[in-house]
Design a protein around this ligand. Structure first.
Ligand code: NAP
Length: 488
């Protein structure tokens, strides 16, 4: 699963360097223009982090009591004179009203914290617009991805990253150090041309989730319709039996595991396709098609949705015995047996099937929970690459195999029972097995030494049709070097 959100380098660390800069910075005066929600939260956090704060307002007398007593609230021009770094906590529409301050602002660092109401609302970003109004100032874009609430409650309770960009490295470093002292993690997003991207971030609604959500909804609809036909429509048409009561729980509960299982296999299928492509072309330097790239990038979300469906399936299954229909059916069966004078209804094979089915189901859900937890950035960041790949790749594949066992023990011999073919439609579980079994078979083939070695060499830079020096791990796990011609 992708760790893309941490791909950009962090500016500095809270190590010795960070500590010394924090000592140098604490006590420094920071200015805030504006006295609204964001300005207030910013002032509180800055004061708590040891900075002196001076707030510039059009009406300081009226606003002073909204700020902590340690912060000085004064007129805009007065505030600007007292500091070199000024947070502009004012909406873009009001930037032009600050132009009277151009002379006192000259040579200072302005931090643009503003957001828009729509994605790409203006031609130029707010930060670039601010820079054009105040050419004698240095503008740094940042802090806009934090809400006033996150700022006020501190970095321990909310998003910790502060995305920064500026054309002036020195100014960007100063603001990064301030963010670090405030307990946030500055992330360098490059030069001012990134401001538009940073301003769009808070406006995006689950951008990475759209495709996986539509995919899972599509799968849900397909399987739901299929199960509805088999479990409700078929008995109605063939036997005039009304089974509509099955829709809310039973049909949904047979649909959810299908979606969870197929979605889990879709996490591993793009890796198989990518490996096949690398084997076919004999290189890792050929770009994957866009659809495969997109698919690879969405594996985390697909996996989390698979876990969500599996968890819902577990809850629905636990609720099955609570239903009134279930109680009636049990009583009906008991009465029928009493009438037929049947004493022993124990079927050994059925007992074992159910025990194994439930046991592997619980293990599969446990493994999926582990995969979901370790995909959270805070946990993923505490793992090294080998640990992360062991959990997500090896344990994930084991979860797929165990889910397959769960499905097979559920289906058992139903695929060979002609009564199970409603309107000639095979039992749903046989359909769900298609993609996961393809992935499992492909993965087993990739483990074959001849294929594994070739794949390993390709991933280390070897290319078909080229003469290269390569290094391969020997059977003992140590590295051995050798030279080979391209056709080996
Ligand atoms: P707000 O509560 O409406 O405050 C805006 C402040 O701007 C006012 O209190 C006012 O302070 C000042 N201002 C200066 N010139 C003005 C003018 N001509 N007309 C009106 N007000 C003027 O807004 P906010 O929520 O604090 O947001 C401020 C900035 O932070 C915005 O750019 C916003 O996009 C950004 N931001 C906010 C949040 C958030 O959670 N609220 C999150 C991220 C970014 P004085 O009357 O004292 O001059």
């Amino acid at each position: 699963m992708s760790r893309g959100d941490m791909a950009k380098p962090l500016l500095g660390h809270r190590s010795m360097e960070g500590d010394s800069s924090s000592t140098a910075l604490s006590g420094r005066t920071i200015g805030v223009l504006g006295s609204g929600d964001f300005a207030r939260s910013l002032a509180i956090r800055l004061v708590c982090s040891g900075f002196k704060v001076v707030v510039g307002s059009r009406n300081p007398k009226r606003k002073a009591n909204l700020f902590p007593s340690a912060a000085e609230v004064t007129f805009q021009a007065e505030a600007v004179k007292k500091t070199d770094v000024i947070f502009v906590a004012v909406f873009r529409e009001h930037y032009s009203t600050l132009c009277d301050l151009a002379d006192v602002l000259a040579g200072k660092i302005l931090v643009d914290v503003s957001n828009n109401t729509e994605i790409n609302h203006h031609k130029e970003s707010n930060a670039e617009y601010l820079a054009s109004l105040f050419p004698a100032c240095t503008v740094v874009k940042g802090f806009n991805v934090l809400s006033a609430w996150t700022l006020q409650s501190g970095a321990r309770d909310g998003n910790k990253q502060v995305l920064l960009c500026s054309d002036n490295q020195e100014a960007k470093r100063t603001v990064a150090e301030i963010a670090q002292v405030m307990g946030f993690t500055p992330v360098d997003m490059g030069c001012m041309s990134s401001a538009c991207e940073i301003e769009n971030i808070p406006l995006r609604l689950l951008p990475a989730w759209k495709i996986p959500i539509f995919l899972s909804l599509g799968l849900f609809l397909c399987f739901f319709t299929y199960n509805l036909i088999r479990q409700v429509i078929h008995p109605y048409i063939r036997e005039q039996k009304n089974k509509l009561y099955k829709i809310p729980i039973e049909v949904v509960n047979t649909t959810l595991p299908c979606v969870a299982y197929v979605m889990l296999s879709l996490v591993y299928l793009p890796g198989v396709v990518a490996a096949c492509s690398q084997l076919y072309y004999g290189t890792k330097y050929r770009r994957f098609p866009d659809w495969l790239d997109q698919w690879l990038q969405h594996r985390k979300q697909i996996g989390l949705l698979s876990f969500f469906c599996a968890a819902l399936h577990a809850v629905y299954s636990l609720c099955l015995p609570m239903r009134r229909s279930h109680r009636y059916q049990l009583i009906e069966m008991a009465v029928k047996q009493a009438m037929e004078k049947k004493m022993n209804i124990w079927v050994e094979e059925e007992v074992w099937r159910m025990e194994i089915y439930l046991s592997v189901g619980i293990i599969a859900l446990g493994l999926l929970s582990l995969l979901a937890i370790t995909s959270l950035p805070s946990i993923a960041n505490s793992l090294n690459w080998r640990e992360f790949s062991f959990i997500q790749s090896t344990l994930g594949f084991i979860a797929l195999v165990i889910s397959t066992l769960h499905t097979l023990t559920y289906g058992w011999s139903r695929a060979f029972d002609e009564n199970q073919y409603k309107f000639y439609l095979p039992p749903t579980y046989t359909l769900t097995l298609l993609v996961p079994c393809t992935v499992i078979i492909a993965k087993v083939i990739f483990i074959l030494p001849c294929i594994q070695q070739r794949l390993l060499r390709i991933r280390r830079g070897w290319e078909k049709g080229r003469y290269v020096k390569f290094v391969l791990p020997s059977a003992t796990g140590e590295f051995s070097s050798g030279e080979t011609s391209s056709n080996v």
